[in-house]
Unconditional design. Structure first.
Length: 152
C-alpha cells in the first residue's frame, strides 16, 4: 500500500513540449518517476562534460516535501551518465523549470535525444531541524573517529 500526496505539474510551452510525457512511474511499485529530456536538438555529451538539460515542466510540491533527482541506473551503467549533484534537490517553494545537471563519467561521447529518459525523481518527506547550540557533545563509541574509523 502506498501513501500518496498530490504534486501539481505545469507543462511549459504546451505547443513545444506537448509531445513529451510528464514525469511518471513506469510500474506500480516504482519509487522514482522517470523524467524526459526536452531538448530541441540532439545533445552530444563528451566525456567529462556537464550540461543542464531542460525538462519542459515545472511543479509545485506540498510544503514539507522535496523532490530528489537521481541518475537512471541504465544510463549510469551502460554509458557513465550521472547527476553531477546527485541527488539534486528541488525544494517545495521552487516554481521554475526543472532542469537536470548531467555529467558524462564514461569514456565515450553519449548522444541524448528529445524524449530520452534522463533521470528519475523521488518525492521525500523533509524534516527541518531546530538548531541547538551546546557547550559539549555527548560521547559515543566512535566519537570523533573519521572515515573508516569503525573498521567496516
Amino acid at each position: 500500500m502506498h501513501t500518496t500526496i498530490t504534486v501539481d505539474f505545469l507543462r511549459l510551452d504546451v505547443d513545444k513540449n506537448g509531445d513529451l510525457p510528464l514525469p511518471r512511474y513506469m510500474t506500480e511499485s516504482c519509487s522514482g518517476m522517470d523524467i524526459c529530456a526536452a531538448l530541441e536538438a540532439d545533445l552530444e555529451l563528451l566525456p567529462g562534460a556537464i550540461r543542464l538539460v531542460p525538462t519542459g515542466f515545472a511543479m509545485a510540491l506540498p510544503d514539507g516535501f522535496e523532490a530528489q533527482i537521481r541518475p537512471r541506473s541504465g544510463l549510469a551503467v551502460k554509458h557513465g551518465i550521472g547527476i553531477i549533484n546527485a541527488p539534486g534537490t528541488i525544494d517545495a517553494d521552487y516554481r521554475g523549470e526543472v532542469k537536470i545537471a548531467l555529467i558524462n563519467l564514461g569514456a565515450e561521447p553519449v548522444t541524448l535525444k528529445r524524449g530520452d529518459r534522463i533521470a528519475q525523481m523521488v518525492i521525500q518527506k523533509v524534516w527541518q531541524a531546530r538548531v541547538n547550540v551546546v557547550e559539549r557533545l555527548g560521547d559515543t563509541d566512535r566519537s570523533a573517529g573519521g572515515f573508516g574509523h569503525t573498521g567496516r
